[in-house]
Design a protein around this ligand. Structure first.
Ligand code: DGJ
Length: 758
């Protein structure tokens, strides 16, 4: 609910209040963001007091020696009027100066969300507050939009710049939001990484000066995800003041936490000013991406729940909103580029037998794409691999009883391709320099209309030719040496690229809502809310080693729900780490997301096939909870444990993933703690994992009457057909006992392992 009272603006969600006011000079002063206030609470009581002059300040009004912008908590800020923190804007004003003075002009409370002309927004909000600021010297306006999503405890913010002067306005920096919070010894949490190590959570103190989280690669990036947290020093998963932020944008992003000498922390977020410049002509406007904010005093799990609900309810749209995601088999790690129809059909048949629902043909099906040097851009089927074309192949897959999905990388081109030979001008490169390549490819210039039309036509033709129910939309390099022949001002490139991408995605997928889109960028190089507007799920990482996935999916879980994360079981040892892991561990990590398999099934033993069939049956039984259940990260005091939990909507069923990342000798007993269930008595059952005989190696001689070679034929045959059950435990107890934790049996130690029910 939005309440405007004289000079104050109060935004309430179910559990939070956001409060600011207009000062006597018309600046917007931030007052409070926290737990829901009582109706009687007033801005004046909660505002920071200004009773004494702060030395060495520049005063906004020479007559008013306690009003210094630099020592106030603000909702928006200017350059050059005495506030020395980083301003959300850097404008070259019509007089050539950088000085701005944006003052309250008017406000309006509107129903629902206010969509943008150029960028995607969240939908289904309750109310929007629009505040218009006007520069004191020029008719240049900034409209600040605040939308309240009451049930999910989220508030979004964005800014629109309108130029009504008769000279152009140059924008060098424009943030979507800015807000000053009194410091609580804040820590900043970000998701950082790179290829195959995306979204690792890092924590650092917000100290004096500026702490930055940003991307410059042209995408939201695997280096630094746009989402971040500012939390009080002692916050943990279940307790403490936590502010979470994200942005509905897939390009270069920029966020700061700047602590000043008054111990106020400015948080700003928006498009990255790096290599950015935008000229707003008279009569024109510039829209910034929508930022998403949430507060909880219930720790990180609290804000995660808000963000998860917000994404499931207000970001993901279309036929796949809240819809179960299929169990898929992707052929990439099974074949790479080396496949033919026979190989694919065999894989599909095996997949069907195990319970898979969707077969995805990945890279390599078109043009001369037999390796990653050639073919990108030419989406005509390779007749050597699929002699009867994509339609007939898709029909064959449907006949096997599977839906069919297909891979594209439409934003890219290889120099060795028909597209590049015919249209070299479609690629991003400078006329006077040798182009730099990434994965042997160039980026297509989505600023050009012809390029966008080409992509829409190529992809749409294939999608309409065959019965395709799923698309994997890949993007495998960072953008570099940006230049577009159609732009006067190259400072617009990065943003125009993203606008072009959103246009292309809208034109292809909005008319085809039956297609489930999974976006991908070498894994999680573009895991963001902008892409989630179009693609309900995103391939989280090319790293399918489950121990690495624990880090990646844990990191993502702070901001994104399980329903958005593509997670696959692949072969072990892993391509990315050479680590060996049990099949059970691989499944147990992947089932807390949108489950898929990505390995050559023909190499599985009969025992492993049984195992996978059971996994898929189990997943289907609890799919709703795995994909949409309430997700908790359970605190563990042991460094070698990661514990995830999902709880059903009715709070009557919980599934816990209890992971051990490293073995430790004769480890102390572990506790199973299950939270979020409603009162009552519960039956606790473990999902026994299978121990394959080969894992025991030479150790078998200690338990067998005869000594067998660990690599001999008998052992190999036994391994194919026999396995031991491990971790078999059942208990009955109350929700209260579960929430404090019940001790589990010891694990394997030198003297044995437990195979019987305890
Ligand atoms: C990168 C993706 O992340 C992989 O899953 C796979 O689709 C390859 N591209 C194909 O080139």
């Amino acid at each position: 609910m939005i309440t405007v009272r004289k000079t104050s603006f109060r935004l309430d969600t179910e559990h939070t209040t956001y409060l600011f006011r207009k000062t006597k000079y018309g600046h917007l002063e931030h007052i409070y963001y926290g737990n829901l206030l009582s109706k009687e609470d007033r801005a004046g009581t909660l505002a920071q007091k200004r009773s004494i002059q702060v030395g060495s300040s520049v005063f906004y009004d020479p007559e008013d020696s306690v009003y210094a912008l630099d020592s106030m908590c603000l909702e928006w800020a200017d350059n050059g009027r005495g506030d020395y923190r980083q301003s959300p804007t850097e404008f070259v004003m019509p007089d050539g100066s950088f000085v701005t003075d944006f003052i309250y002009e008017s406000h309006d409370v509107l129903d629902g969300c206010v969509p943008m002309d150029t960028l995607p927004t969240a939908y289904g909000g309750n109310q929007t507050l629009k505040i218009t600021l006007k520069d004191k010297a020029f008719p240049i306006f900034i409209d600040l939009y605040y939308t309240v999503f009451e049930q999910t405890d989220v508030i979004t913010r964005r800014a629109v710049v309108r130029n009504e002067a008769n000279a152009p306005l140059t924008i060098r920096r424009i943030m979507s939001m800015t807000m000053d919070l009194p410091d609580e010894c804040f820590q900043m949490y970000t998701l950082d990484g790179g290829w195959i190590k995306e979204a690792n959570l890092h924590k650092r103190p917000v100290t004096y000066g500026i702490t930055v989280n940003s991307s410059t690669t042209g995408a939201s990036s695997n280096r630094h995800n746009p989402a971040f947290i500012i939390a009080e020093a002692d916050a943990n998963e279940d307790y403490g003041d936590v502010y979470a932020f994200n942005m509905i944008y897939s390009g270069n992003h920029y966020s700061i936490a700047e602590k000043n000498e008054r111990d106020d922390v400015r948080v700003s977020m928006g498009i990255n000013p790096h290599l950015f410049e935008w000229i707003v002509s008279p009569g024109d406007k510039f829209e910034t991406p929508e930022c998403v904010m949430s507060y909880s005093s219930r720790g990180f799990n609290g804000t995660s729940h808000h963000m998860h609900d917000f994404i499931n309810e207000h970001i993901v749209r279309g036929d796949y909103k809240k819809k179960d995601r299929p169990v898929l088999l992707n052929n990439w790690e099974a074949h790479f580029f080396d496949f033919n129809e026979g190989k694919l059909l065999r894989l599909a048949k095996d997949a069907k037998e195990l319970g898979v629902e969707l077969f995805v043909l990945d890279d390599g099906w078109f043009g001369d794409r037999n390796n990653d040097n050639a073919g990108l851009g030419d989406y005509t089927v390779n007749p050597k691999k699929l002699p009867q074309g994509i339609k007939v192949f898709a029909d064959k897959i449907r006949k096997i009883g599977l839906n069919f999905g297909l891979w594209f990388e439409p934003e890219m081109v290889n120099e060795d391709s028909n597209l590049y030979r015919t249209h070299p001008e479609y690629a991003v490169k400078l006329p006077n320099r040798k182009a730099v390549l990434g994965r042997n490819q160039l980026v297509l210039d989505l600023c050009q209309k012809e390029v966008r039309d080409y992509i829409v036509e190529q992809v749409s033709n294939i999608l309409d030719e065959a019965d395709i129910r799923y698309v994997k939309w890949d993007m495998n390099r960072h953008i570099a040496e940006v230049f577009s022949s159609v732009l006067q001002n190259q400072g617009e490139f990065y943003h125009r690229y993203i606008l072009g991408l959103y246009e292309v995605l809208t034109r292809i997928f909005v008319p085809r809502p039956h297609i489930l889109l999974e976006s991908c960028s070498s894994g999680g190089n573009r895991f963001d809310l902008g892409m989630l507007v179009f693609s309900p799920q995103i391939w989280a990482s090319d790293d399918t080693d489950p121990i690495e996935r624990l880090k990646i999916q844990t990191g993502l879980s702070y901001f994104y729900p399980q329903s958005t994360m593509g997670a696959h079981v692949s072969a072990s040892p892993h391509q990315q780490t050479l680590r060996e892991t049990p099949l059970a561990t691989r499944f147990h990590a992947a089932c807390f997301g949108c489950l898929g398999y990505e390995l050559d099934l023909k190499y599985l033993t009969p025992e492993e096939k049984k195992d996978i069939a059971d996994q898929i049956t189990f997943y289907k039984q609890y799919r709703r909870i795995f994909q949409y259940g309430r997700f908790y990260r359970i605190r563990s005091y042991k460094e070698n444990k990661v514990i995830w939990e999902v709880v059903s909507e009715e709070k009557e069923t919980a599934l816990t993933g209890f992971f051990q990342t490293l073995a430790a000798a004769a480890e102390s007993s572990d506790k199973l703690k299950v939270i979020g269930l409603k009162k009552g008595r519960y039956m606790i059952r473990t999902r026994p994992q299978r121990l394959y005989i080969e894992r025991f190696g030479c150790l078998t001689k200690h338990v067998m009457p005869v000594e067998l070679s660990p690599d001999g034929m008998i052992m190999r045959v036994a391994n194919r057909h026999y396995s031991l059950k491990d971790c078999v435990e059942t208990y009955t107890c109350s929700a209260e006992a579960l929430s404090s934790g019940i001790p589990l049996c010891e694990q394997f130690i030198g003297t044995g392992y437990h195979e019987k029910e305890s």
